[in-house]
Design a protein around this ligand. Structure first.
Ligand code: NA7
Length: 291
């Protein structure tokens, strides 16, 4: 059985690593804040001293950290994965980063004959726990086949996007939709409430019409209750909006609405909502709309 190393035990990484243990994979873990390794260690994972140490002991290294700078530091930085990894190993980065970052990592790892996949996920804390994430892949199809059983322990659907960077590009496009959806729903909800309507009727209409999505029943319902406990932090969505707009600029593609939404998320973050769920964009819009 492949030996797996897992770096980054945050909201997403911990349940994903738990599912690897549950599937029987021998697991070595590391996290920048060491205390977060405890639940994994209690279930049999080995805790390593750092990313290079993890990489020296496994066949597949998985990274699940917050942002491009974090994954670059974990893989390319001092005592990083690149220092310890053996040729023939595979690195799978499941963080949401830019396609440029994915290509940079793949290029650096090639110097050690290490294959790379960008494999960001769609789905937040719940699907990570249930092992039902949707995993988007950039890289060689042969590399994907080597790690498919590993990915299948964490996700229900694996979508092959293309070469290195394409998984990251597809993920950014998907999160673009999510940011638009949350912002649009929030504005619609405020309008409905200001008109004196019962907001549940708004959900009823959405559920009965062509753009029905389970998102409205899950996220829409928690937004109605103003429950903004983080499943996917607003600060991370703000980071992704920045990556989308950066990518669009590289492609000379105007995304005017996404630019505006990035600004709104930036304002929400600067007023202290960064650690709330991304759906707290509703609270930000509400605060700016006095009666
Ligand atoms: P979290 O819960 O914020 O976790 C982020 C993880 O990234 C956590 O383990 C952090 O370690 C780690 N991190 C952040 N910066 C660094 C640096 N510089 N070096 C090493 N490790 C770092 O995020 P989620 O689990 O919700 O999301 C993970 C990814 O999936 C992200 O790309 C999302 O956009 C999608 P810490 O515990 O703070 O020491």
């Amino acid at each position: 059985m492949l030996r797996i190393g897992f770096l980054g035990l945050g909201t997403m990484g911990t349940p994903m690593a738990m599912n690897l243990l549950a599937a029987g994979f021998p697991l070595v873990v590391w996290n920048r804040t060491p205390i977060k390794t405890k639940p994994l260690a209690e279930r049999g994972a080995k805790v390593a001293k750092g990313p290079a140490h993890v990489a020296s002991e496994v066949d597949v290294v998985i990274t699940m950290v917050s942002a491009p700078s974090a994954v670059e530091s974990v893989i390319l930085g001092p005592s990083g994965v690149l220092e310890g990894i053996r040729s023939g190993a595979i690195v799978v980065d499941m963080s949401t980063v830019s396609p440029t970052t994915s290509r940079k990592l793949a290029g650096a790892l090639t110097t050690k004959q290490v294959e790379f996949l960008d494999a960001p996920v769609v789905g937040s804390r719940g699907p990570a726990k249930q092992g039902t994430l949707v995993i988007l892949i950039g890289g060689l199809p042969g590399t994907l086949e080597r790690v498919r059983p590993v990915l299948s322990a964490m996700g229900k659907t694996i979508i092959y996007a293309g070469g290195v960077g394409m998984g990251s590009a597809l993920k950014l496009a998907t999160n673009l939709m999510l940011a638009h959806l949350a912002t649009g729903f929030a504005e619609g909800l405020l309008l409905v409430q200001r008109c004196g309507l019962d907001p549940r009727r708004f959900l009823d209409v959405l559920a009965a019409s062509t753009f029905c999505s389970p998102w409205y029943e899950t996220k829409g319902s928690t937004m109605l209750k103003r429950d903004f406990a983080a499943h996917f932090a607003l600060s991370l969505m703000r980071k992704d909006l920045g990556l989308m707009n950066e990518l669009a600029k590289e492609l000379n593609l105007p995304l005017p609405v996404t630019e505006l939404i990035e600004r709104l998320f930036g304002e929400a973050q600067s007023t202290g909502k960064g650690n709330d769920d991304y759906s707290a964009i509703l609270a930000h819009l509400e605060a700016g709309s006095p009666k």
